[in-house]
Design a protein around this ligand. Structure first.
Ligand code: FAD
Length: 390
């Protein structure tokens, strides 16, 4: 099997690499407001350079490039150690869903501002009593003339505190079976009646939010797809999330692994006091093998998509394997640096300014977000392996 890139694809890589050399993103600020401003400015620069939405149609501001070039883009971004793009939900879910299911007016209205990070998006799916069982959602939307009136609560809404638009799942027919009667709405986060309350995570970050909707009026033309048929659109969104995000995240975890290996190779140092122990060496070797297995699994999945397939339930394999390997690797990283693993950013002697314990705590959420590991195993059992439903 030849896994090298075709000669025709290499100029794309060379052009991007050269652009990144003269356009580095610069260090990421710590304070949330500064971080948001920096992230927006960086994504806008990429967009203006023609590097955002690489595989999106050119008529909507993308580059109209191939999926392979999109992958090369992600590889080069990881290689250059650039930050995660700030409009993650818009780029990986909102945009692809509108390209697949949106009206022409919705595409014209939203796709360019998503790419340029002029408008940040968030995903309003989960509720206090509807996470794994998402179809149990109860946020109501009632039609009143040309508007829906929305009441209810979402939770764990990443980046809602600075989002401009929300992909909101609402119940529009409470009498229908639970997977029906759901509608996918685009909601302006600046509408009257929306309250956002940040939640602090174990890592100290406040990416998460509770979002409350009280008589929020949403124009009817902001429905994606048909009223009461939002479930299928939600599923497309989740499959894009699992597949597209996982591909870029496995690259990020490889960057983290390379940094960890560099730290361990420098042993013996006070910064990695345990790196020479046989157990640590075995853990690092296992992390490397996991990372290679992940890479080839992701490439195999990509090959299927290139042959014309849509993201499918196999994305659950990648999501499950990646999120669990990421956690194992970071738990081992914190073990490797021994007592230094307790020091966080800003503390004297913190290794890599507290990167390892912070990433380790952040990684806990990865086996929950986009469907927990248990849910991924159920999907694999039923929809990939064809086992009877439990
Ligand atoms: C980092 C992060 C970011 C997130 N961002 C967003 C976002 O932007 N927007 C959004 O809408 N949501 C977001 N979420 C929410 C996420 O989608 C939910 O947390 C997830 O779907 C699980 O739902 P829950 O938290 O309600 O847990 P529950 O569904 O209550 O699950 C609790 C536990 O029970 C297990 N469980 C539940 N049902 C079953 C079953 N049938 N079989 C076996 N085990 C089961 C689960 O695996 C889990 O261990 C985010 C979550 C995280 C961690």
């Amino acid at each position: 099997m030849d896994l090298s890139y075709a000669p025709a694809e290499e100029p794309f890589r060379g052009e991007l690499r050269a652009w990144l050399q003269v356009n580095p993103p610069g260090p990421e600020p710590q304070a949330l407001d500064d971080w948001v401003a920096h992230g927006k400015a960086w994504q806008r620069r990429l967009y203006e350079g023609g590097w955002c939405g690489v595989s999106w149609p050119a008529e909507y501001g993308g580059r109209g490039a191939s999926l392979i070039e999109q992958i090369i883009f992600q590889e080069e971004m990881a290689r250059a150690g650039t930050p995660q793009l700030i409009n993650l939900a818009g780029l990986t879910m909102g945009g692809p869903v509108l390209i697949a299911h949106g009206t022409e007016a919705q595409k014209q209205r939203h796709l360019r501002p998503i790419l340029a990070a002029d408008e940040i998006w968030c995903q309003g799916f989960s509720e206090p009593n509807a996470g794994s069982d998402l179809a149990a959602l109860t946020t109501r939307a009632v039609l009143d003339g040309d508007h829906f009136v929305v009441n209810g609560q979402k939770v764990w809404t990443s980046f809602a505190a600075y989002a401009d638009w929300c992909m909101l799942l609402v119940r529009t027919d409470p009498t229908a079976p639970k997977h029906r009667g759901i509608t996918f709405l685009l909601v302006d986060m600046h509408s009257p009646g929306i309250t956002v309350r940040p939640l602090r995570q174990i890592s100290g970050d406040e990416d998460f939010n509770e979002v409350f909707f009280t008589d929020v009026r949403v124009p009817r033309d902001q429905v994606v797809g048909a009223v009461n048929h939002g479930w299928q659109i939600a599923i497309t969104t989740l499959m894009h999330e699992r597949q597209t995000l996982t591909f870029s995240r496995q690259l990020q975890s490889r960057v983290a692994l390379d940094a960890l290996l560099a730290l361990a190779r420098a042993w013996p140092t006070p910064q990695a006091p345990l790196a020479g122990r046989p157990l640590a060496r075995q853990q690092l070797a296992a992390a490397y093998i996991d990372s290679e297995a992940m890479k080839y699994t992701a490439l195999r999945h990509l090959t299927r998509v290139l042959r014309g397939g849509e993201p499918g339930p196999e994305g659950s394999l990648e999501k499950l394997f990646w999120s669990e390997l990421f956690q194992r690797m970071l738990e081992n990283a914190v073990g490797l640096i021994g007592p230094f693993g307790q020091l966080v950013a800003g503390e004297p002697d913190a290794v890599d300014d507290g990167r390892w314990p912070h990433l380790m705590l952040y990684s806990r959420g990865r086996t929950i977000a986009a469907g927990s590991s248990e849910i991924q195993r159920t999907i694999i059992a039923e929809r990939v392996l064809g086992l009877p439903r439990g």
